[in-house]
Write a protein that binds this ligand. Structure first.
Ligand code: MCA
Ligand code: AMP
Length: 505
């Protein structure tokens, strides 16, 4: 039976006692351990009535078992929908309902809160615990650790990743086996990963970066993963001597630089430091090189496209740029109005095409048509230019998006909630520079002239619906929003006005 993603990432590890995951406490999970557990999970999917093509929503802590759920989904042809553990029940409800997920797998401590969500969406609910108790593991333990891999083609769906839009409603980006496979193959070859690598993995596994970039690269090569539950500077420093490489968002690098224990000596043996998901300040790049002698390799990706471009492994890693298109990926810069390609050096829309580009948004053909052209180019919403040496520079965004510590936050989603609050006529949510997270969220409210908005009460009210990383860190009340002659709110003016909100004093 052919199942291209399973064959490339997992089948070759069958029966191998090579280390896959090394945990912070030193214990090791071999490839064989991992795949036997995955097969038990796949058998449980079948027992629960899940069929190939069904969606499984996964909102659990970062554990080896969570990665085994991913492997089981690939083996059983189930479409994985990983969810940020910070999402509230309201947020989870939308994803389960919209995707039609048959099963919601959650952390045991959230069962009470999510039972009603699963019921109202017609999904089954199972739970997991970090220590492999929980209803899901209890049932799986009794089952066979051998599973007949389900046949799939490269065009079959492997995952849904939700990404918000300027309208505030999240869209399920449908990723095929070919999208994931082609991308990790390109990355392994560009970044020269081999079985001898040891990858320090502190990213969450519910987004592209930690799951499809870091984990897939490791599985494809068979290298070892130093697997820590989240970024903790002490773990990073303790484990770095055992690592050859690490991947992170810019906050990882600024936090390491803020720690005096992160020295030239500690980093000397490392082969590669990779950054992405948010802009790496040129200043961080320079500081990092002067501290460690390493130049961080910055690359550029999106949920809908996996990775698009990368600075070179050999050759100049140019600060402030995201390098060159990956093998098989085309990048062009176009004029927003005419859709025509612009001459080299000019700023325009960044568009990408290649085997990495997703199939479309789940049940949203109009949204798909707005962003994915018939000729296969995807309009990223990022603005950029290509310099005389071919390096891509991202110079801004054509979409209203805040990236805080590598997490994407869509202002519209927060504005819709703020506008509902007592005393608020209208609102604008902006991102302003933040020393730790790169950008952070600020809300600007206009009073309705009758009741003065109660900022503290508003913060508490919206917290019920929104994951913590989306909460405005500051709310300001002003008399009116700046608008242009077309009536559009001029967020650039607000961003300038509140630019220093989080500046170190
Ligand atoms: C945690 N908090 C945050 C964030 N993370 N607030 C804003 N932005 C964040 N990113 C909240 C916590 O709930 C906490 O609230 C408070 O901020 C401070 O927590 P702290 O302990 O300092 O944070 P942390 O837990 O250490 O997390 C920071 C982090 C983490 C390590 C930077 O956010 C992270 O791992 N980010 C990586 C995101 C990522 O993988 N992005 C890839 C997306 P309180 O104290 O009130 O409880 S994939 C992608 O973008 C594309 C495809 C690509 O190109 O890769
Ligand atoms: P997401 O939709 O979560 O996948 O986030 C994708 C967005 O993150 C891109 O459209 C960019 O705006 C941003 N992004 C990712 N990598 C980089 C990078 N290296 N530099 C600047 N922005 C980046």
């Amino acid at each position: 039976m052919s199942n291209p993603l399973y064959d490339a990432l997992y089948r070759k590890h069958w029966g191998k006692s090579t280390p896959f995951l090394q945990l912070a406490n030193g214990s090791v999970i071999t490839h064989d351990d991992h795949l036997q557990l995955a097969a038990q999970y796949a058998n449980l999917f079948t027992q629960l009535g899940l069929k190939p093509g069904d969606r499984l929503a996964l909102q659990v802590a970062k554990t080896p078992q969570a990665l085994a759920v991913y492997a089981a989904c690939v083996q059983a042809g189930i479409v994985l929908l990983p969810l940020n553990t910070a999402y509230t029940a309201d947020e989870v409800s939308y994803f389960v309902d919209n995707s039609g997920a048959r099963l919601l797998l959650c952390d045991a401590h959230r069962v009470d809160e999510l039972t009603a969500v699963a019921q109202s969406c017609g999904a089954m609910l199972e739970s997991m615990n970090v220590d492999d108790s929980g209803s899901f593991d209890d049932k799986a333990k009794a089952l066979s650790n051998v599973f007949d891999t389900v046949e799939r083609t490269e065009d079959d769906l492997a995952a849904f990743l939700y990404t918000s839009g300027t309208t505030g409603r999240s869209k399920g980006a449908m990723l095929t086996q070919a999208n994931l496979l082609s991308n990790c193959q390109a990355l392994v070859s560009e970044w020269e990963f081999t079985a001898n690598d040891s990858l320090l993995h502190a990213l969450p596994i519910f987004h592209t970066h930690g799951l499809f970039v870091a984990t897939n690269v490791a599985l494809l090569t068979g290298c070892k993963v130093l697997f820590v539950p989240k970024f903790d500077v002490n773990d990073m420093i303790n484990l770095m001597p055992e690592a050859t490489s690490m991947m992170g968002v810019p906050t990882f690098y600024t936090r390491l630089l803020d720690d005096a224990r992160f020295t030239h000596e500690l980093a000397q043996h490392m082969r590669l430091f990779i950054s992405g998901s948010a802009p790496l300040l040129a200043e961080t790049h320079v500081q990092f090189e002067s501290r460690t002698g390493h130049r961080i390799l910055e690359r550029y990706g999106m949920t809908e496209t996996n990775m698009n471009t990368s600075n070179p492994y050999h050759g100049e890693r140019r600060a402030g740029t995201v390098g060159f298109p990956l093998p098989g990926v085309e990048v062009r810069i176009t004029d927003s109005n005419t859709e025509k390609s612009l001459p080299q050096g000019e700023i325009g829309d960044i568009e990408v095409r290649g085997p990495n580009v997703f199939k479309g948004y789940w049940q949203m053909p109009e949204k798909t048509a707005e962003e994915l052209r018939e000729n296969g180019f995807f309009i990223t919403g990022d603005l950029g230019r290509i310099d005389e040496d071919g390096y891509l520079h991202i110079v801004g965004r054509n979409k209203d998006l805040i990236i805080s510590g590598g997490y994407n936050i869509y202002p519209k989603e927060i504005e819709l909630l703020l506008d509902e609050e007592a005393g608020v006529l209208e609102s604008a949510v902006i991102g302003v520079p933040h020393p730790d997270f790169g950008e952070s969220v600020v809300g600007v409210l206009v009073s309705d002239g009758q009741t003065e908005p109660d900022v503290d009460a508003i913060k508490q009210n919206i917290a019920v619906s929104l994951a913590k990383f989306k909460h405005p860190q500051k709310l300001f009340v002003i008399s009116e929003l700046p608008r242009n002659t077309m009536g559009k709110v001029q967020k650039n003016i607000l961003r300038e006005q509140y630019e220093k909100t989080f500046a170190p004093s």
